[in-house]
Write a protein that binds this ligand. Sequence first.
Ligand SMILES: [Zn+2]
Length: 251
Amino acid sequence: MPDRVFREYDLWLTIDQPLFVGGPPDPMSEFHSPVARIGGRAVIPGTSVKGALRSQLERLLIQQAARNPVFRPCIPFPFSRLSADEHTLVRAGVYRGGACEYGKGPICPACYFLGCQSLPGFVMVPYLEADKDPEPAYAAARDRATSAVHRGFNRNVEVMPPGTTFRGVLRILIEDQQRKWTLGREREHLEPNTDSWLRELSHEERHVDRLIDKYVVEPLKSICSIGGKVSTGHGWVRGALEVKLRSEVAV
Ligand SMILES: [Zn+2]
């Protein structure tokens, strides 16, 4: 008798313009800004995919919160680290506050799916592996007076070329019999009210297929930027992220 059931989804994204998603600075790399790599292969890190998914999910929840504040998402940083603008959004009631913490009252729907401090969620976001190698892109700083390129100021960066396809497999926990966790239900053996937002959903709305579609698949498909370099045009994804059910696995 398997005690955990997951659903797996193929994720893939083909880019139609150069994409830069940086990794940590690498002293061995000739590039000032190398792309992220895992095991030598260029990737979009799981943290970047998760951040992009989370921001789409927040947009959906903020819309729902206009009718029912229980759907308000948190800002996933400690309250003390929020910026002045973020404090304004909290005061305006757009977000409920800093990062949800397990044991300190109900958690928000975004953290139910994606996890929060000391409490994992149901969705395991993968890194996406590229099918091509990165290429150099030259970012030159120009002298404002002469328009000449500054000598010695030619900091080269790597980018992923158009036509690159990134792939990964997203896993969603459907049921964990040992821990008494079932997607769409309040988790047993946790502090009471932790998942109380689910009480606002109808029986139909709590159905696994509907929950996954609305709160995971649709937000994934609506991702239009990934990574932190959108302002330089290197993090904007025009091709949509594709999502397809692969299988249900029991382990
Ligand atoms: Zn939260």
